[in-house]
Write a protein that binds this ligand. Sequence first.
Ligand code: FES
Length: 292
Amino acid sequence: MALINLERVVERLSFLDPIADRLQSLIGQGLKEGGPTAQAAKDALNGTWLGHPLHPALTDVPIGAWTCSTMLDLLDHNRGGDLGRAADLLVGVGCASGLAAAASGAADWQDSYGPERRAGLAHALLNTGALGLFGGSLLLRLAGRRGSAKLPALLGYGLAATAAFLGGDLVFRMGTQVNRNAWAAGPSDWTEVAAQEEVREGELLRRAVGDSEVVLTRHGQTVIAVGAVCPHAGGPLEQGQVRDGRITCPWHGSRFELTTGRVCQGPASIALPVFETRINQQGRVEVRRAPQ
Ligand code: FES
């Protein structure tokens, strides 16, 4: 119950907003100055190569390592014993993987806004505190002071657990990084969506079809249809740009290959749904969901 109230408290922490503005502007500036290399690094951290956000996969490592190190610390009564040495190692693994998780989290957070941006920053600050405490604990262990290292580790674990709760809240309550097309299967049978002459090269036309929305465009004689909703955060792709066989989301600049839906540039990491198209005898465009 206390944790459930915590999420309400975080949403009211308006003093975090100027900090978030400043941080996002600094990261944005770094990306601009870093050019394609920085963008490629951000894409990698977003998980475009994985077809799935990278951050939730990485966070399992420090949480798992620190959970085990905390258990071992509690069981270790012999300061020179194997349990203590295993705890030391796991604290180190947690710190190293925590840095990687922080980098991927920052990459995702850079494209957030509103309440999720504030909750994301609170999540990051708690994790930074946890990393600092575990880092201090690691230094004490390296200095041979395992007995004194247990308290900061225990406090760090409390912060990490609270941050993990907020991370879960971001995904499961606020829908951050959830595929916006997860429940839109699209029609399995050919379904009419537009007159042939309405679909023009270089233009984007949005139409509803079954439980989905599609964006239509033309490449020569071929009509192309893809999902109209950006999987990253729901950007309206009909307001984006189409060029060189790719469509760019107007909100955060994710780019998708039109023929396959493959992500060419993040922050999206999940492919765009693609549809098969044909022209029927009445000269109207029909679509159906392409096999995945
Ligand atoms: S909504 Fe974020 S890139 Fe499309």
